[in-house]
Write a protein that binds this ligand. Structure first.
Ligand code: ADP
Length: 273
């Protein structure tokens, strides 16, 4: 445990080349949805991917990956990740009982998260995606400092209020010296059964904000009922059979890979070797 007012020293995970955090200024914007589908999209490209659900306030990975009845295997001090949908996955949900809210304080969340991340047997990974808790409070801030991050992806919906929160998330990462790989606009637009595009929340708002803050824009994801169904049903692979969703998530994944290549010339690229 770091001394008071001392930032924790980031600790690398042996065998893991890149660690990317997915954050959001507030809850409900689709942060976990983007984290899961980004991980699956990169795994489908042939990368060895891990996914860690660190959202202590509402771990969604058990639902989104269909892990509810699964119990993690552990041996002595090693926890074995779930191998599902082409990913190695672990969730802080294993430490939280479904219907019992836990009051987490910074240091408690810090040590639980650190334990989970360092004791999980990730093996060799090209990239580990971390689904952070939403917001810019003590807990996401501390978690962002526990691991040496390649960078962070921020998820935002198009509305002005969501942008304000995303701006704060961006400022938090920048203040911590963490590269912001870019911003994803979720729930960007809706395509009706009539094939028409409906602009419900102000499509392009997050893109404009990204440009004004000098941050890359990684792509937009539409509101899509199949996406909601597949996420609630624990079947993210099905999103890649839907041309609209496959295109959106593959684009975001490709943009993330490109940003890693641009920013980290001295480090391994996020590609299949
Ligand atoms: P967060 O992690 O930001 O709290 P989630 O990813 O858990 O948000 O998403 C909240 C809910 O919204 C989930 O039921 C999810 O399936 C749904 N959802 C997220 N993005 C979309 C989208 N683009 N289209 C339809 N439903 C979505």
């Amino acid at each position: 445990m770091p001394a008071p007012n001392q930032p924790p020293q980031p600790q690398a995970i042996p065998g893991v080349k890149h660690i990317i955090a997915v954050g959001a200024g507030k809850g409900g914007v689709g942060k976990s949805t983007i984290a899961v589908n980004l991980a699956v999209a990169l795994a489908r490209k042939g990368l060895r991917m891990g996914l860690l659900d660190g959202d202590i306030y509402g771990p969604s990975l058990p639902t989104m990956l269909g892990l509810h009845d699964a119990t993690p295997h552990s041996h002595e001090h090693t926890i074995y990740p779930f191998e599902i949908h082409g990913l190695k996955a672990m969730t802080i949900g294993v430490l939280v009982e479904d219907d019992k809210p836990l009051i987490w304080r910074g240091p408690m969340a810090h040590s639980a998260f650190q334990q989970l991340v360092t004791q999980t047997a990730w093996g060799e990974l090209d990239c580990l995606i971390i689904d952070l808790p939403p917001g810019t409070g003590d807990v996401p801030l501390t978690m962002s400092q526990i691991l040496p991050l390649t960078g962070a992806v921020i998820v935002c919906t198009p509305q002005k209020v969501a942008q304000d929160d995303a701006r704060r998330a961006l400022a938090m990462f920048r203040q911590l010296g963490i590269e912001v790989l870019g911003i994803v606009e979720n729930m960007s637009y809706f395509i009706g059964d009539d094939g028409k595009e409906y602009d419900l929340f102000g499509k392009g708002g997050a893109e404009m904000m990204a440009r004004s803050l000098g941050s890359p824009f990684l792509g937009s994801v539409p509101i899509n009922t199949a996406l909601r169904r597949n996420c609630d049903g624990g079947n993210p692979g099905a999103n890649f059979h839907d041309p609209q969703l496959a295109e959106a998530f593959n684009h975001v994944a490709q943009q993330v890979q490109q940003q890693v290549a641009v920013l980290k010339l001295d480090q391994p690229e996020l590609t299949v070797h």
